[in-house]
Design a protein around this ligand. Structure first.
Ligand SMILES: [Zn+2]
Length: 82
């Protein structure tokens, strides 16, 4: 099985696989040669699961934008009451 890894959702850097002696897997952003932001996805018990959670991560920028919009509308409703 050779599933393609999506690029890092934060910096667009190349994703690399990490595996541990206890059999767990994790996908992270490449930090070799000073490239990438070195974030890592959740640790999973199999390579397939680690790749799945990495490839289906929510877009952090989109999530932040949603929070910012919610905060802005709260702020506007407070201002209206003044
Ligand atoms: Zn990155």
């Amino acid at each position: 099985m050779n599933e393609k890894l999506k690029p890092c959702p934060l910096c667009g850097g190349k994703a690399i696989e990490h595996w541990y002696e206890n059999g767990n897997y994790q996908i992270g952003c490449n930090n070799g040669e000073g490239l990438g932001c070195n974030i890592r996805g959740p640790v999973r018990s199999s390579r397939e699961k680690a790749i799945y959670v990495w490839n289906t991560r929510p877009n952090e920028a989109g999530v932040l934008l949603k929070k910012a919009k919610k905060f802005l509308s709260l702020l506007q409703s407070c201002v209206k009451r003044l």
